[in-house]
Structure formats: C-alpha cells, structure tokens
Ligand binder design. Structure first.
Ligand SMILES: [Zn+2]
Length: 489
C-alpha cells in the first residue's frame, strides 16, 4: 500500500478520486496536511500515475494517434487501478486504461491493437460527450463524473448519484461506456487503418480479441468489462483476420525496445498490485531483470525496505542510466523516512529524465519534506517546473501550497500566505471544485499585490467560475439529468 499519513507515494502513485479540501479550507494554510490519499474509500477506483508506464504507453500510442491525424500531446493517457479489464475514451481527449487490461496483454502489438481500436472511437466521434463541467476538470474529476453520472442515471435517479457511486463500475460501463456492435466494427476498421499507416501489424488486435472471445458465451456477470462494453462478435474477429491476411504489415514486428518496455510495465504493475504473488513466484535466484524489478517493488510494498534497496541497487548497477531505477530507489528511501538520501536519488532520476512532471514532483516533494529550510526554494522551483510540464495536477498545487505556507511561517510575510491560498484555489479548480476555487481565489487576491502574476491568475479563477456560482458543480453533488448520454448508441 502507498504510505499513509504525511507522505504520498511517488513513482506509481495512487490518486484518490475525492480529495478532502475541507482540511485545507478550515485549517490554517501554514499547516496544510499532506494526506490526500487517505480519504479514498476502498471500493472507489483510483488512478495510478507512473512516469515509466505513461511514457511507454505514449511511445506505443503516439504513432497511432498521428496516423489518425490526432496530435499526440492532446491526448491524456490515464491508468485506472482496477483488475477490471477495460479501456475507454472520454471527454474527447482522455483515454482510460485499466491495469487489468494492461496486465492481460502479452505483447506490445496486442496493446497497440487496443489503443488503435480506442483511437478509432475518437476519430469516429463515438465519444462520451464533453460537458461544460469537464472542461477545466482534471482526468480524476472527469472519471469521477462519468462514474457518478452513470450510476445516477442507471438508478433512474440523478440525485442518487453520490450514494450509488460505490461499486458502480459495472453499471457505469453498461449504461455509458458501451457501444453498439456496428460502432465497434467501425472502430476496428478505423483502428486497423491507423495501424497500417503506423506500420504496425493488426495481429495483436486479433490475438487480443481471440483472448477474450471465449467470454462471449459466458454469463454477463463473468465477462470482462471490455467484452461487455465492446461487444465482440465472430464478424468482428473475421474482419480483423481478413484485414490481417491482406496487410503488408502482417508479419511486421515492433522494435525490440517496445518488448522490453512492455515486460517492465507488467513487472512493475505486478510488483505494485500483486506483491505477494511476485514474492511467492520468484526468488533472488531468478536473474531476469524484469523479475528482479518486480521483486524490488514487491519487497518495498511489503515493507522489506532494506532487501528492496539491495535488489534495486543491483538494477542500478546494471543500468546506471535508467531514471526509473533511481526513482524507485528514491521512493523506497523517501517512504521509509530517509528523506535526505532520497533527494540524491531523485536528483539523479531528474538529471537522466529532465522532462517528466512526475519526477519533478517527486523531487520537489522530497525537498519539501527535508528538515532543511534552505531546500524550500529548490522545492518550489521543482514543483513549479512540474506545473509547467503538466498543468492541472491537484497534488502539485497542494504541495506548493504547503511550501508557500511554510515560507509564510518562516518569513512572517503575509504574501506567502496569500500565495498558498492561491495554490489551493488552483488545486480546487483542477479538481472541478469550482465554488471552493472561487472562494479561495477571492481570499488570495486580498493578500497578493494587485496586478501581479498570481493576482491575475487568481482573478482568472474567480471570473471563470463566478457565472456558475449558483450551482455547485462539485462532482459529488452532480445530478444526473441528461448528461453524457450521447455515449449510448
Ligand atoms: Zn470499442
């Protein structure tokens, strides 16, 4: 489990869908508690953020997006922690992959097949339509809205959305995320043409469909979500087979590096999500790198930090320039209270991979947790860089609020307190909590120099949310109505 209390796990990080803002709003800003994750109810799906896996998914998907005339950077890839096998696209540019699906794919070609199919949905406009509420919201908030709205609509009672959210994944899929067989076939066809254009074989798509094919005959309750929401038919499989037989990329193979990345993704997911299984199945005698990677993570996840560090040091020795191994070492150290040492590891990881918002965030967080107040400015610098690389990440704003709150305490300058309040306004906005964002922005403006950068940005937040202030759009109070229904065909 990710560390609780005042720490937030770093590499492969879970993000609860509902973050208690009340903490930050009621308490004094200087003592903001970094306990975002502990508010998560156990049955709510959560997101995983991981630089390595996200980079792999983009490396695999970007040529497919380009083949579909979609700018890769416009698509946000989100990883949902759930053993449900599913993937879907929402709000136009947010793609959601469940870890259950990622773990079920054997090869990068199979995963490319899934990505191509989903890209077919994007290109065909078969989308869960964007709502105004989603426009400024983070992917977490969007995902939460989809689940909430779907649950409310399925129960025939929009007001029930909040109450019905627990365990509502299946209802959500069926009422909102599933497409007709015709739409599915057209997404396949588009997907296969993108694969051809990218020079990738459709064999993986065929293999993945065949993997799931047997489930068509099972009772719905036993099927994987992917089968329920993407109805598979003999016709669809025949169409992919026929395309493959005539494609000149029939026997094309992806570059070896994709196989390595795929194997490491699976090792990492298994280490994090099924650590006990990893430790039962593999021993220190197993010399394969991916196995040792899974073991290092599994050991760390089962509180065997010293053993985990030994295995991780072995990995670093073998690949000293692998930023993710240094990141893992930093994470193990950080979460075991060895903050100062973790800073060195995170620095190395960032030197090796300077353009990762997640690594900047982890580094900034470690610097922030240091007892050394002289590291506070460096922490702010790293967190701002994380913000520059990736906008609207609530946790980064939360950490910045904490950093500026501490600056306020140290310097007794009220301007830092106003900056902390402004950062909390950004956090609230990124979470889709517009009313809270507005209140915080208004409060921040009073303490910031009029016309300064942060004052202007606070004003933006205030103005962008004012017109909607009558109705609180927080996702928990989001009512069903006729939302997202364009997803039903
Ligand atoms: Zn589909």
């Amino acid at each position: 489990m990710p560390a609780s209390g005042s720490r937030v796990s770093k590499s492969l990080k879970r993000i609860g869908l509902f973050v208690a803002l009340s903490l930050a709003m009621n308490g004094s800003v200087g003592t903001v508690v970094l306990a975002q994750e502990s508010g998560r109810a156990s049955d709510q799906p959560s997101f995983i953020r991981d630089a390595e896996i996200e980079n792999y998914l983009h490396a695999l998907a970007d040529p497919i997006y380009r083949a579909a005339d979609i700018t890769p950077s416009s698509i946000t890839i989100n990883i949902v922690e759930s053993n449900v096998v599913n993937a879907f696209v929402a709000d136009g540019m947010n793609e959601f992959f469940y870890t259950g699906l990622l773990q079920l794919t054997d090869t990068p070609e199979q995963l490319a097949g899934v990505i191509a199919h989903e890209t077919g949905h994007i290109a065909g406009g078969h989308l869960i339509r964007s709502r105004e509420e989603m426009r400024n919201a983070s992917a977490e908030a969007i995902f939460g809205m989809i689940i909430a709205v779907a649950a409310g609509a399925a129960s025939g009672n929009g007001g029930a959305a909040a109450g019905a959210m627990s365990g509502s994944e299946q209802i959500a899929e069926r009422s909102f995320l599933s497409f007709s067989r015709t739409v599915e076939a057209s997404a396949d066809a588009a997907g296969m043409s993108f694969l051809d254009r990218a020079g990738i074989t459709s064999r993986g798509m065929l293999e993945f469909f065949k993997k799931l094919q047997g489930q068509e005959l099972m009772p719905t309750s036993q099927q994987d979500a992917y089968v329920r929401t993407h109805p598979l038919t003999r016709d669809r499989i025949d169409a992919v087979q026929d395309h493959l037989d005539h494609s000149k990329y029939k026997d094309a193979k992806l570059d070896e590096k994709f196989y390595v990345m795929h194997e490491r993704m699976k090792a990492k997911l298994m280490g994090y999500l099924q650590p006990e299984t990893v430790l039962l199945r593999y021993t220190d005698n197993d010399k394969r790198l991916s196995t040792r990677y899974a073991r290092a993570i599994a050991l760390y996840r089962t509180s065997q930090a010293d053993h985990a560090l030994t295995v991780t040091d072995g990995l670093i020795k073998e690949e000293p320039d692998n930023p993710y191994f240094h990141e893992l070492k930093g994470q193990i150290l950080f979460e075991n209270g060895r903050t100062e040492q973790s800073i060195d590891s995170y620095k190395k990881a960032n030197d090796l991979l300077p353009h990762s918002a997640l690594l900047r965030e982890a580094y900034g967080h470690a610097l922030l947790e240091s007892k050394d107040n002289d590291k506070l400015d460096a922490a702010v610098e790293q967190l701002q860089e994380a913000n520059r690389l990736e906008e609207r990440t609530p946790i980064v704003w939360h950490l910045l609020a904490s950093a500026w709150g501490r600056k306020a305490e140290l310097t007794k300058k009220t301007e830092f307190e106003a900056m902390a309040t402004y950062a909390l306004a950004e956090e609230a906005e990124a979470q889709g909590k517009d009313r809270a964002a507005q209140q915080l922005a208004e409060r921040a403006m009073k303490g910031l120099p009029k016309g300064s950068v942060y004052w202007l940005r606070a004003q933006d937040i205030k103005l962008s949310t004012t017109s909607d202030s009558a109705s609180d759009k927080d996702k928990k109070q989001f009512s069903g109505g006729k939302p997202l229904s364009d997803a039903n065909h």
